[in-house]
Design a protein around this ligand. Structure first.
Ligand SMILES: Nc1ncnc2c1ncn2[C@@H]1O[C@H](COP(=O)(O)OP(=O)(O)OP(=O)(O)O)[C@@H](O)[C@H]1O
Ligand SMILES: [Mg+2]
Length: 261
């Protein structure tokens, strides 16, 4: 098999006394879509930030595009082709949509290629073309999510990582965001690493799923081949498969909790 685009080996991260990641191993090949799922506090955002160089691991390595990137500055990691759309969609609110997109261009010097990419991305996100001269702060949540994704793509990354694109969006709007992502994946040589709490999007994107819980990987594979029971077991952290009686009470409990599927 070809050399992986991203290789994470035995990654450990702590914030003071809190262990956020405990020994993560993950490999992503070019062209793959990998969905990182798991409940609140599982360490999903920490994993993204550590790959991006925003958080320094206590132990372990990140190798991106053949280079050791862990311990390097975020600018260096970005320049090697890793683009992260962080949680919470930070647009420059007082700047226009176009100005936001041009900022994403970063260190690219080929003006023709940049202009072609801008035009292509405004095709993929027609709502952004309509609003191209509007102040970014006035866009809806879904439009802002599209803007930060398009801005990250203006850097022409090899791998695009997105932390919880669906957060706070109506399902219909989330569908639009994912439709654009799947089009980009089909038309461009794009590798995707997407964080979502719920596994339901992982089922729809047809990618590989990696589920985190309490800083470790608890489940990994093709989500279409994993039973809902196993999914819930990993998500909620049952130690042993519940027996029939326990399953009943687990169902009762889950009725109130946000389900992973
Ligand atoms: N800057 C920080 N300082 C201290 N602890 C932190 C910090 N950031 C995250 N943590 C802790 O690290 C753990 C992992 O957090 P992280 O944000 O990576 O989880 P997550 O899976 O992204 O959660 P969510 O689904 O809520 O976004 C949690 O226990 C969290 O409280
Ligand atoms: Mg998070």
């Amino acid at each position: 098999m070809s050399m992986p685009l991203l290789s994470i080996q035995d990654l450990h991260v702590r914030y003071g006394g809190i262990t956020a990641l405990r020994g993560i191993h993950l490999t992503v090949h070019a062209g793959e879509t990998v969905m990182v799922t798991g409940p609140n506090g599982a360490g999903k955002s920490t994993l993204m930030k550590t790959i991006a160089g925003l958080v320094r691991p206590r132990q372990g390595k990140v190798i991106f595009n053949g280079q050791l990137t862990s311990g390097h500055a975020p600018e260096t990691v970005a320049a090697s082709g890793f683009s992260l759309v962080p949680e919470g969609r930070q647009v420059f609110g007082s700047m226009t949509v176009l100005e936001n997109l041009r900022i994403g261009t970063g260190m690219r010097r080929n003006a023709m290629a940049v202009a072609a990419d801008l035009d292509y991305l405004l095709d993929v996100f027609p709502l952004l073309r309509e609003r191209s001269n509007s102040q970014a702060g006035l866009l809806s949540g879904g439009q802002q999510q599209m803007l930060v994704i398009a801005r990250a793509l203006m850097a022409a990354p090899r791998l695009l990582a997105i932390d919880e694109p669906s957060l706070g969006l109506a399902p219909r709007v989330t569908d639009q965001v994912y439709e654009a992502l799947l089009r980009l994946r089909a038309e461009r040589d794009l590798t995707l690493l997407i964080v979502e709490q719920s596994a339901s999007r992982a089922l729809l994107t047809g990618g590989r799923m990696v589920m985190l819980r309490e800083g470790g990987i608890v489940l990994e594979g093709d989500p279409r081949q994993i039973s809902p029971e196993r999914m819930q077991q990993a998500y909620f952290g049952y130690d042993t498969p519940p027996d029939a009686g326990a399953r009943e009470s687990a169902h009762a409990q889950n009725a109130a909790a946000p389900l992973p599927t």
